[in-house]
Write a protein of this length. Structure first.
Length: 199
């Protein structure tokens, strides 16, 4: 058997296995819960990529941002121009900037109240809870209240939770957990964040 024939045979076997796996998979008939976590960059960026994908399929999308506050980002500007995303930036900025725990807790609670309304409304196919894992990490929200909100969501609604240090309870409940791992970062070499790449 030639190398080309062997390759073709391997690919045919792989194709058959993949097709069998797809045929066995079932539609859960409910939205999924995705967690994007880890110490590497790309958690929110990946979530906004899913937003673009959902919009491409004419899905309805909402975003609640828990930490970023008034920070101007490229994705917010883009979706503002595009329209069609129910977007709420409700954080007050990085936790080391606010330096007021009670205020941060109040902001997180208000953001999650809005998020629950969106998740339970039945109007949205996808809701992104951007940086909610940070609010959980600092105990601005409890794992139980977030789990209660996720469980109460409309069957139609998928949810993406972003931010480093996702709690084990949240990861256990989620359908998909992706951990971004930092291998190299320009900030560690003294390079400041770049507009259009980092924000």
């Amino acid at each position: 058997m030639t190398d080309a024939d062997a390759h073709k045979k391997n690919m045919q076997d792989l194709q058959a296995k993949q097709r069998a796996k797809v045929a066995e998979a079932e539609d859960p008939e409910r939205g999924l819960v995705l967690v994007h976590t880890g110490n590497g960059k790309g958690k929110s960026s990946s979530a906004f990529g899913v937003v673009v994908r959902a919009l491409g399929w004419r899905k309805s999308v909402g975003v609640v941002q828990f930490i970023k506050g008034s920070w101007i980002t490229g994705e917010r500007q883009f979706f503002d121009r595009l329209g069609g995303v129910d977007w709420h930036t409700m954080g007050e900025g990085f936790t080391w900037d606010t330096q007021d725990r009670e205020r941060d807790i109040a902001a997180a609670k208000a953001a999650f109240k809005r998020a629950r309304e969106m998740m339970e409304s039945g109007d949205l196919d996808l809701v992104v809870l951007d940086e909610i894992n940070i609010a959980l990490r600092y105990d601005y929200l409890s794992a139980q209240e977030v789990l209660d909100g996720l469980k109460a969501r409309s069957d139609r609604t998928s949810v993406i939770l972003t931010g480093r240090d996702a709690l084990p309870e949240i990861c256990e409940y989620a359908d998909l957990v992706t951990e971004m791992t930092e291998v190299k970062h320009p900030y560690n070499a003294g390079i400041k964040a770049q507009r259009g790449l980092d924000f």
